[in-house]
Design a binder for this molecule. Structure first.
Ligand SMILES: [Zn+2]
Length: 280
């Protein structure tokens, strides 16, 4: 996108900041990264050799609004959310924050090739080892489309440059339903204060009517306690991801068929436990 911007949070050069990236999150809207990729942000925070880069696909100008933001136009909201995402990048000391500035419609449009082209360019410059994005069972259409664009972009990279792991994270829809063998648990326990600040800067969304800050904290806290039925809590905050790495290893795996198998595993788990305890 011509209006795309790259925000660098320290004195590094643009190429230096992109090239040192080890962890990357690709989110559909401003604030998605801070909801779903806290594990990566925390691993890189004040690390000597790990660097986090965020990529936000859309401007978020069309987001729902209320309170002090109720009369804000879409164009004003676009500028506000850009500023908020920049603040989050500063707070989390990201190596870089890429703002691709598309509209939701562009991400969902299967004919639109520019999004994938831009993503390939960013991924080739950064070559991250771990990528966090939306999971394929999210209930927000733009999130699902974003996840598919990320998979498509990674598949266009030569095998040797592809990330080692691709995690599909929770935003609109929890992943508690995934059978444990299909779950990747992401530890978000460290630095409650920093996590609160990372989400707190997205004031247009939170004061604007959605308590994402409390909701994410509550969900991650619940995951930490309800994950293990027979063990004491090993973490105070966990988010759950779908390990989507198999989808970027080969080109043949159909994402829809692959997710259906995860849903079947859930169906079988529920079915089997009822069968075991039903007398005949
Ligand atoms: Zn979103």
């Amino acid at each position: 996108m011509n209006s795309a911007k790259i925000i660098i949070t320290d004195k590094s050069s643009r190429s230096g900041a992109l090239e040192r990236t080890t962890h990357m999150a690709i989110g559909a809207h401003p604030d998605d990264i801070e909801i779903m990729a806290v594990e990566g942000i925390m691993k890189c925070y004040h690390s000597n050799d790990l660097w986090f880069t965020g990529v936000t696909l859309t401007s978020g100008g069309g987001s729902p609004r209320g309170g002090a933001y109720k009369d804000v136009t879409d164009e004003q909201m676009r500028a506000i959310r850009h500023k908020e995402q920049k603040k989050a990048a500063m707070v989390g000391e990201y190596s870089a924050q890429v703002m691709l500035d598309y509209r939701d419609y562009d991400i969902r449009d299967v004919q639109q090739k520019k999004v994938v082209r831009d993503l390939v360019m960013v991924l080739e410059k950064t070559k991250p080892g771990i990528v966090y994005t939306h999971n394929l069972a999210d209930k927000h259409d733009t999130h699902v489309a974003a996840s598919l664009r990320v998979i498509e972009a990674i598949r266009k990279m030569p095998q040797v440059h592809r990330p080692d792991s691709l995690f599909g994270c929770e935003v609109w829809r929890s992943l508690d339903w995934l059978p444990d063998r299909d779950k990747k648990m992401l530890d978000c326990s460290p630095k409650e204060n920093l996590k609160a600040a990372l989400l707190g800067v997205h004031d247009s969304q939170i004061s604007g009517g959605k308590r994402y800050d409390l909701a994410v904290q509550g969900r991650n806290r619940a995951n930490a306690t309800f994950h293990e039925t027979l063990a004491v809590d090993s973490a105070s905050s966990l988010s759950i991801a779908m390990d989507m790495t198999p989808l970027i290893r080969g080109l043949d795996l159909d994402p829809a068929v692959w997710v259906k198998e995860k849903i079947r595993n859930f169906e079988n788990d529920v079915f089997q436990s009822i069968k075991i305890f039903t007398s005949h």
